[in-house]
Design a protein around this ligand. Structure first.
Ligand code: HEM
Ligand SMILES: *[C@@H]1O[C@H](CO)[C@@H](O)[C@H](O)[C@H]1NC(C)=O
Length: 542
C-alpha cells in the first residue's frame, strides 16, 4: 500500500494544477518513502550468509545511530538477545560489526596489526586535539615507542611522590578554608561531576604533568583546557575538520597549549635542573630524557603533544570514575565505614586517635579501596566502545562470517563485565564481590572467572609485558597493543583521592533519592548524568 502510494503519488493527475512547491515536496516525500521501503525490503529479502546479521533499521545512513547513542549497553544487550554475539549495525552510514563476549573482545582487541587499525578511525578526532606526530598521527610502531616512554616513566619512585602530591591537593580541595568555600560549612550538598572534574585536573596536573602546569591551572590554563576539550566530542569522528566555532577555538587552544609546554621544557633545560637529584619526577622530565630506537631524542613539540594526549586521556576517564565512586558510596554508607575500618586496621592510629598517613606502598595493603575502584570500573567503565577499521577480510572463528574491509569493528568489554554469566547480579555494585575470601553473604556474587582461576596470557607489543586479556571478561583498560598504559597512574590517583576524602567527609543520598543517577553516553567518555547531587557532612576531627 505505502509503496504504491509512494510510486503513484507524483504521477497523480491532480498534481497538474497544484502549485510547484507542492509537486516538489510531494516528489521528495515519495523519494524518501521509496528509499526507506527499499532499505527495509533489502534487509528482509537479502541476507548474505557470510556476513553477520544486520540490525533492523528504518532510515538508511542514520540506521541505529540514535538507539545506540542513547544507551549503548541497552542496545547491545537487546541485539545480543535477537542476533547473538556478532551483528552489524549502521552508525552514521558506516556498517559497524559488533563482536561481544570474551571471544569478541579477543577477536578485536588482539586482532593482528595487518587486519585491524585504530588510527584511521581515531585520527580525525584526536590529531587536532593532541597535535601532530603522536599517538594516532604516526605509524603504530612509533605509538608503541611512545607508550613505552610513558609506561616506563611511571616508576615506583615517581608514583611514590605522586601519592604525596595528590593527597595534599585533595586535602586542600576539601578543606574548610579552601578558596572555593565549597566545603566551608560542616555539611552541604554538592554536584559531584563538575566538582570532581576540577579536583582531578589539579591532582593529575600537580603530579604527572608537573608543578608548572599545576600553577598555570590557577591562571588561565583552565580556559585553554576547556576550549581544547570542546574538540573532544563524538561528532568530531566525522566533522573534526569543519571550521565551526568550537573547532576554531580548539585549534587556537591546541597551538597555545603546545607553546605553554614547549616553554616549560625550554625553561627547564635552561635552568640546568635536569641533572639535580632533588628535582621532582614528572612525565615532562621523563620524556625529556627519552630517545627513540633510532637514537633521536623526543622533539619538544612531540613531548608537548604527548603531554596533551595524556591530559585528555586521563582527565575524562578518571574524573568520571571518581564521580561514580562517590555517588555509589553515597548510597552505601556501610562501605564508607568498611573503608575507614580498613584504614584503621592496616595503617593504625596516632596517639590522638587520628589515622596515620599513608604512602604509595600502603595502597596495595588496602584491598577494599582497590576493590571499590575495580567494582566501579566494572559497571561504569568510561569507554563503552572500542573501534577498529578492518584492513583485510576477517573470518570469525566458529561461524560462517567473514567481516569485509568495508566494515568497522566495535568491541565493548563493558558488556562482558555486565553479564550474569561472568558476574552474578551484574548491575549490583558490591565491592565485596571481589573479596579474596568472600563472606557467605557475598560469595554468591563472586566473579566466575576468578572462582575458576582463569589464568591470563601475556604478550609484549613493544612497551613491556601486558595481559592479552583473551580470557578475562573484565577489561576496563582494554587489551592488546592499544591497551591503556595509564592504569597504574589511574589507580594511584583514584585510591589516593578516595582514601583521603573519606577521612574527612561522609556522603549520603539526598532525601528521597534511591540508587544512583543514569549515565550520560553523549560525550566521548561515559559519565554520570549531571547534576548528580549528594549530601555531605564533615566527620568529627579526632
Ligand atoms: C580509569 C581510568 C582509565 C580507563 C578506564 C582507561 C581506559 C582505556 C582503554 C579502554 C584503552 C584502550 C583503547 C583502545 O583500545 O582503543 C586505553 C588506552 C590508553 N589510555 Fe587509558 N584509561 C584510563 C586512564 C588513563 C590515564 C590516566 C592515561 C594517561 C596517563 C591513559 C592513557 C592511555 C593511553 C596512552 C592509551 C593508548 C591508546 C592506544 O594505544 O591506542 N589512560 N585506556
Ligand atoms: C548542618 O550544619 C548546620 C550549621 O552548622 C547545623 O545547624 C545542622 O545541624 C547541620 N546538619 C546536620 C544534618 O548535621
Amino acid at each position: 500500500m505505502g509503496l504504491l502510494q509512494g510510486l503513484a503519488g507524483p504521477l497523480a493527475p491532480f498534481l497538474d494544477t497544484a502549485p510547484t512547491w507542492l509537486v516538489v515536496l510531494s516528489a521528495a516525500g515519495s523519494l524518501l518513502t521509496l528509499t526507506i521501503l527499499l532499505n527495509i525490503l533489502q534487509q528482509i529479502l537479502f541476507r548474505n550468509p557470510n556476513e553477520p546479521p544486520v540490525v533492523f533499521h528504518l532510515l538508511p545512513w542514520i540506521g541505529n545511530t540514535v538507539t545506540y547513542g542513547m544507551d549503548p549497553y541497552a542496545f547491545f544487550f537487546a541485539c545480543r538477545e535477537k542476533y547473538g554475539d556478532v551483528f552489524t549495525f549502521v552508525l552514521l552510514g558506516k556498517k559497524t560489526t559488533v563482536c561481544l563476549g570474551t571471544k569478541g573482545n579477543d577477536f578485536i582487541l588482539n586482532g593482528k596489526l595487518k587486519d585491524v587499525n585504530a588510527e584511521e578511525i581515531y585520527h580525525p578526532l584526536t590529531t587536532p586535539v593532541f597535535g601532530k606526530d603522536v599517538v594516532y598521527d604516526c605509524p603504530n610502531s612509533k605509538l608503541m615507542e611512545q607508550k613505552k616512554f610513558v609506561k616506563f616513566g611511571l616508576t615506583s619512585s615517581a608514583l611514590r611522590s605522586y601519592v604525596e602530591l595528590i593527597r595534599a591537593e585533595t586535602n586542600a580541595f576539601f578543606s574548610k578554608d579552601a578558596p572555593s568555600k565549597r566545603f566551608a560549612a560542616n555539611n552541604g550538598t554538592i554536584d559531584l561531576p563538575p566538582t570532581l572534574a576540577e579536583l582531578t585536573i589539579y591532582t593529575a596536573s600537580r603530579s604527572l604533568q608537573g608543578k608548572e602546569v599545576r600553577e598555570r591551572f590557577d591562571a588561565g590554563f583552565a580556559k585553554l583546557y576547556h576550549d581544547l576539550d570542546g574538540g573532544f566530542v563524538p561528532i568530531n569522528f566525522k566533522l573534526g575538520w569543519l571550521p565551526l566555532p568550537h573547532n576554531r577555538r580548539r585549534d587556537a587552544a591546541q597551538r597555545k597549549m603546545t607553546e605553554v609546554y614547549t616553554d616549560i621544557i625550554k625553561e627547564r633545560r635552561a635552568s640546568g635542573e635536569s641533572t639535580s637529584n632533588d628535582r621532582e619526577e614528572d612525565m615532562i622530565w621523563n620524556l625529556m630524557n627519552c630517545e627513540y630506537k633510532n637514537g633521536t631524542p623526543v622533539p619538544d613539540r612531540e613531548i608537548a603533544h604527548m603531554m596533551i594526549a595524556l591530559l585528555m586521556a586521563g582527565q575524562h576517564s578518571s574524573s568520571a570514575t571518581i564521580s561514580w565512586i562517590l555517588l555509589r558510596l553515597a548510597s552505601r554508607p556501610d562501605i564508607q565505614e568498611d573503608l575507614l575500618e580498613e584504614q584503621r586496621q592496616i595503617l593504625g592510629t596516632n596517639a590522638d586517635g587520628s589515622l596515620k598517613d599513608f604512602h604509595y606502598e600502603d595502597l596495595s595493603r588496602l584491598p577494599l579501596h582497590a576493590q571499590v575502584v575495580k567494582e566501579t570500573l566494572r559497571i561504569h567503565t568510561p569507554i563503552h566502545s572500542v573501534m577498529r577499521v578492518v584492513k583485510n577480510p576477517m573470518p570469525v572463528e566458529g561461524t560462517e562470517f567473514v567481516i569485509p574491509t568495508s566494515h568497522v569493528l566495535l568491541a565493548s568489554p563493558g558488556v562482558t563485565s555486565r553479564t550474569a554469566e561472568h558476574f552474578p547480579e551484574p548491575l549490583e555494585w558490591e565491592p565485596h564481590r571481589w573479596d579474596e575470601t568472600p563472606s557467605d553473604k557475598h560469595s554468591r556474587l563472586a566473579p566466575k572467572h576468578v572462582k575458576e582461576g582463569v589464568v591470563e596470557e601475556k604478550e609484549d607489543y613493544g612497551y613491556g609485558l601486558i595481559s592479552k586479556g583473551a580470557a578475562s571478561p573484565y577489561l576496563p583498560f582494554g587489551a592488546g597493543r592499544h591497551r591503556c598504559i595509564g592504569e597504574q597512574f589511574a589507580y594511584v590517583q583514584l585510591q589516593t583521592i578516595l582514601a583521603t576524602v573519606i577521612r574527612d567527609l561522609k556522603f549520603f543520598n539526598q532525601e528521597g533519592v534511591k540508587g544512583v543517577v543514569g549515565t550520560d553516553y553523549s560525550s566521548l567518555f561515559s559519565r554520570p548524568l549531571s547534576p548528580a547531587v549528594v549530601r555531605w557532612e564533615r566527620r568529627e576531627k579526632k
